[in-house]
Design a protein around this ligand. Structure first.
Ligand code: DAH
Length: 383
C-alpha cells in the first residue's frame, strides 16, 4: 500500500516525480479492488479524513511547503484530490450508482464510468427511448361507440368464436343445408373436414349472428345483447372489400316485442351515432333468420340528404341522399325452435351492421385496406 513520503525538495521536477508515483499507486490499487469490501479499504486508504492519503498530502506536502512553493504545491494537491475522488467513485463495483452520489460532478464523471466500466455499464446521460402513446384503432373506436349507445339502452355485450361450426353459422340460423341463401355469404371453410357430418364442419364465421344462437342456448329471455366481432368472407381485397372485417350484431327477445320496438331502437341509435338530424328508412329485404326482414337506410349525414356537395355529386350516398347501413328484422320463429324458446310466448328483433363500413363513413376514409395495412402514418391521424 502506498505511503505518502515527506518531500525533500519542492522543485517542479521533484513534485512531478512524487505526483507520478502517487498516481501509479492509485491506479494499481484501484485495479486491485475486485469487490465491495476491497473497494471500501481502497476508499478509506485514500480518502479517510484521518490519515487517508489525501489528508497526508495536505499535511506532509502542502502545509510543510516553504512559502514560495505553496502555490505550486497547492495546485497539484488540488488536482490530486479531484483525481483520487473520481477514481474512488469510478472503481466502485457497479459504479453507475456510486457516481450518482458524487453530486456536482455526476455528469462529468459518468462519461468516465462508461469508459472505464465497459459495455455493461448504464449511461444514464443518454436520452431515453421515447415510447409514443398508442391510440385506439379507428374500427375499434367505432365498435366501442356503437356498443356504448346500446349499453346505455341496457344491452350487454356477448362474444363468440371466429372459427365456427356450420351448425351455428348457418343451420341454427335457418339456412337449411344446401339452401341457396348460403351462397350470399362467400364462406371460407377449414380444409379436411369432409369426414365430419356437415353441421360439425368448421369454417370462419361469415357474420356475428351465430352468437345469437350461442347466447339464447345459455340464457332465458329477456335477452338484450350486442355482439361485436371479426368475420371473414372469401372476397378479394379492394377499396370496399376485405376478406376480414367487423360486424356488430344486436338481439332483443322478450314478450310483446314488435317491429315498432325495432324501428324506435334503431332510429334512436342512428341519431346517437350520426347526429340528431339523421332520418331512418326501412325497405323490405330477406334474411333466413328474420321474418319480416328489412334493410335500414340513414339519410346521408355527409350531404344532409341532398345527394350533392355544392355542385359536386355526393359519393358516399351515390347521390341518392340515403346510405344503407344495416340488415334487421323480427327473429324468425324457426330460430326459436333451435334454442328451446317458445315462439308463442316470446318475440324479438335482430340487426347486424358492418363496423368498418361505418368507420369509413364516419371518418371519410376512401379505402378499407388502409384500416388493415398497419401503416402508422394513417393510424396516427386518429390518435
Ligand atoms: N348477418 C347478416 C349479414 O351478415 C346481417 C344481419 C341481418 C344480421 C339481419 C341480423 C339481422 O341480425 O337481423 O349479412
Amino acid at each position: 500500500m502506498y505511503t505518502v513520503p515527506k518531500l525533500k525538495s519542492y522543485s517542479a521536477a521533484a513534485l512531478d516525480k512524487a505526483v507520478e508515483k502517487l498516481l501509479a499507486a492509485l491506479k494499481q490499487e484501484a485495479a486491485a479492488a475486485k469487490n465491495e469490501a476491497d473497494w471500501k479499504t481502497f476508499r478509506d486508504h485514500w480518502m479517510a479524513r484521518k490519515n487517508g492519503v489525501l489528508t497526508q498530502i495536505n499535511d506532509l506536502w502542502l502545509k510543510a511547503a516553504p512559502k514560495d512553493a505553496k502555490r505550486e504545491v497547492g495546485q497539484r494537491v488540488n488536482e490530486l484530490k479531484a483525481t483520487v475522488t473520481q477514481a474512488v467513485d469510478n472503481f466502485r463495483p457497479g459504479a453507475a450508482t456510486a457516481v450518482i452520489r458524487a453530486g456536482a460532478s455526476v455528469k462529468a464523471s459518468l462519461g468516465t464510468v462508461v469508459a472505464t466500466a465497459g459495455p455493461d455499464a448504464l449511461d444514464i446521460t443518454l436520452p431515453g427511448i421515447p415510447r409514443p402513446l398508442g391510440a385506439e384503432h379507428p374500427v375499434i373506436k367505432t365498435v366501442h361507440e356503437i356498443v356504448s349507445v346500446f349499453r346505455n339502452l341496457g344491452y350487454s355485450v356477448q362474444e363468440g368464436p371466429v372459427i365456427e361450426t356450420d351448425y351455428y353459422n348457418f343451420e341454427a340460423l335457418n339456412f337449411p343445408p344446401n339452401h341457396p341463401a348460403r351462397d350470399t355469404q362467400d364462406t371460407l371453410f377449414i380444409a379436411r373436414q369432409e369426414a365430419k357430418p356437415q353441421r360439425e364442419r368448421l369454417l370462419l364465421r361469415t357474420h356475428t349472428s351465430p352468437v345469437q344462437i350461442r347466447t339464447m342456448e345459455k340464457m332465458k329471455p329477456p335477452v338484450r345483447i350486442v355482439i361485436p366481432g371479426m368475420v371473414h368472407r372469401n372476397d378479394p381485397p379492394d377499396a370496399s372489400h376485405s376478406p376480414m372485417f367487423h360486424q356488430i350484431e344486436g338481439l332483443a327477445v322478450d314478450t310483446n316485442i314488435t317491429f315498432c320496438d325495432l324501428k324506435g331502437t334503431l332510429d334512436h341509435a342512428m341519431k346517437a351515432l350520426f347526429g340528431s338530424s339523421v332520418k331512418t328508412s326501412f325497405r323490405p329485404s330477406f334474411f333466413p333468420f328474420t321474418e319480416p326482414s328489412a334493410e335500414m337506410l340513414v339519410s346521408c349525414f355527409i350531404c344532409g340528404g341532398s345527394g350533392k356537395r355544392g355542385s359536386e355529386p355526393c359519393r358516399p350516398c351515390k347521390q341518392t341522399g340515403w346510405i344503407e347501413i344495416l340488415g334487421c328484422g323480427m327473429v324468425d320463429p324457426n330460430v326459436y325452435g333451435f334454442v328451446n324458446y317458445d315462439p308463442k310466448k316470446v318475440s324479438g328483433f335482430a340487426f347486424g351492421m358492418g363496423a368498418d363500413r361505418i368507420a369509413i363513413l364516419k371518418y371519410g376514409v376512401d379505402d378499407i385496406q388502409l384500416f388493415f395495412n398497419g401503416d402508422v402514418r394513417f393510424l396516427e391521424q386518429f390518435g
